[in-house]
Design a protein around this ligand. Sequence first.
Ligand code: ATP
Length: 575
Amino acid sequence: MRFYELSEYFSKLESTTKRLEMFDILSEAFSKSSGDEIAKVVYLMEGELLPAFFGVQFGVADKMVEKAIAEAYGPDTKKVESEYKKLGDLGKVAENENKNGSGSSLTVSEVYNELFSITKISGEGSVEAKITALSNIFKKASKLESRYIARFVLGRLRLGVGEATIMEALSKAKTGKREFKKELEKAFNFCSDLGYVAEVFYKNGEESIKRFKVQVMRPIRPALAERLSSAKEIIEKLGKCALDQKFDGFRAQVHKKGSEVKVFSRNLEDITNFMPEIVAEIRKIKHDRIIFDSESLTYDEDTNTLYPFQITIQRKRKHNVLETSEKYPLRLFVFDIMLLDDESLVDKPYIERRKIIEKLFPEDAIISRSKIIITDSEKEFEKFFDDTVSSGLEGVVAKRLDGHYAAGARNFNWIKIKRSYKSRLNDTIDLVILGYFKGRGARADLGIGAVLAGVYDDKDDSFKTISKVGSGFSEEQFRSLKKMLDDIKVDHKPARVDSIMVPDIWAEPKYVITVKADEITRSPMHTAGMENEVGYALRFPRAVSFIREDKNANDANTVKEIEEMFKEQKNLKVS
Ligand code: ATP
């Protein structure tokens, strides 16, 4: 495929505000892609060269793109700078300065490979070398192409396409139907790399997708837990089940292959470098290949205390990781295992996986296992829950004894129950920011007074609004929030956002915040769970966290979960 053709699809995608149109554009683009280029097309559509966990970065700033435009098209950098100030988009500036008319002979693979080579430039003189490499691409590109190349290297392509929509469109493009999406999803859940899945699908066909297996060093999309608020309901649902301690730390998915180790966070960022002391321990495991799921917590040896998430996550922000790792070492609590040497364990019953964990990991070590009990008695359940909570942990996760490892899914194989569920809507809700409202009154100076927030709807891969959130942020947080949102603002409602409210500034759905609210109510103003013109809304919402670094937009709570919380809240009201 020529890159010009792909640019035309980009242009169509950025001008649509409807998800169904987006689906049609994607299916058409995919049907015109060959097996050799489909991975590249998928990555480019997502605005990246590879999934984030590969850690591939351009390291290209606005100023460098300005220089590359000037070098390629002739105007001096001053003019480029002033055009950028005027238009606020270096993509538009490149397009305007470029006199190469319409269409070029560049192919998608050529552009992808040249862009990729920019990410490899490092060391002394790399800034100049990157500018030259970029200006060389600009020189070959036509007007429309240069628009997208500039935006892409700056991470501002923002077409708003979602993974679920891409998979559905791939299915349609290749099989003529949408149904094969389910199989693609399963493969994607096992490797978290949509480009790779698309390539296997195009080159090796449907059977190879159906046989797709987890592979070491390719992160598995984490299994997630449903929620219920009493031992009774959980035992009714699962029968005899395992109760596992729920640690409030930082999720760590560990991969080991020989002496090579990688650790991935809940949203599959590569966090290996943040835990050198743990990596050394992992290397000691006497198996060539292993993938396991665990929670990492900061541990104070003197007082024998485990510190929660807020403290543990600080490690990620600190520069002196080595020093921190000596002062506040981490411990891992293994709660699941997905691969051991040649054997994939994801389809084995939980209880068998647990036996392997017990063989491999002792109860008291740097890498230890969580403690479980197996029961169908409400009384025993309550006692284990109370003991766990009084030892400072968050709650328990009940596990279906014959449940497989449900990669990328939230279902009743795992059910969490936290101490906070005991009272009405005391649990927090994770919302994705969809835009913001400019401040009025006291907040006029800040330029931001509240954010429009929503939840994820996995039924149609969209975001539905549920609340305006204006309290809980400090002035300083508001200031940085505005900066972060301005950086990802879009000039019209993104196609996957479903909203009645119109914020002053729309933003690409990206950042997740955690809020607390007094109650879930019904409102005609919000689209989450909308039926007969009323949706769900939050009463007195306030932010209790700033940006959740371990969650992506799709990890916000879902409409289905809000519905469940709403029902649960009604039950609690009656009793
Ligand atoms: P939360 O914010 O409640 O932790 P979440 O959206 O991050 O929720 P859930 O799937 O709803 O994730 O809850 C399970 C989370 O609990 C996992 O992401 C994991 O990090 C953590 N966890 C701690 N201990 C366990 C355990 N023993 N088994 C499974 N998950 C555990």
